[in-house]
Design a binder for this molecule. Structure first.
Ligand code: 5GP
Ligand code: ZN
Length: 115
């Protein structure tokens, strides 16, 4: 855990989070500034900076994060209408919190452009 990392502190319970899922390797909580009615962040418990910091042993974790996002989309009732999964990586990718996370966004018609 990184003391200076806001997501590590949420995972550790030092800062409150509106959790919707947790298991031994990841947590999911609602984004504090949602851009749609569903905006959930899926976050590995391990402090991984971003996609560039991933190592081969993280391959299955990343797969399980995507499948968990799908399950949460179903739970939120947005699976049929569709949703967006986003990983911002690095400053030019729009990453603000330097702890890898997957955004699950849905509940309205999102714009077709991605940047
Ligand atoms: P990024 O731009 O790094 O991909 O996204 C970071 C996300 O984290 C943003 O959507 C932002 O609203 C969210 N966020 C930042 N600080 C907090 C916080 O303290 N709690 C929660 N729940 N979300 C946060
Ligand atoms: Zn962290």
């Amino acid at each position: 855990m990184s003391e200076s990392c806001i997501f590590c502190r949420i995972i550790a319970g030092e800062i409150p989070g509106d959790f919707v899922y947790e298991d031994g390797e990841m947590v999911a909580f609602r984004d504090i500034h949602p851009v749609a009615s569903t905006h959930i962040l899926l976050v590995p418990r391990e402090h991984i900076g971003n996609v560039q910091s991933l190592r081969p042993e993280h391959e299955a974790l990343v797969g399980r994060m995507v499948l968990r996002a799908r399950a949460l989309a179903e739970q939120e009732g947005i699976a049929e209408g569709g949703y967006r999964l986003v990983v911002n990586s690095g400053p030019d990718g729009g990453q603000v919190v330097p702890h890898l996370h997957l955004h699950l966004v849905g509940g309205r018609r999102l714009s077709e452009d991605i940047g």
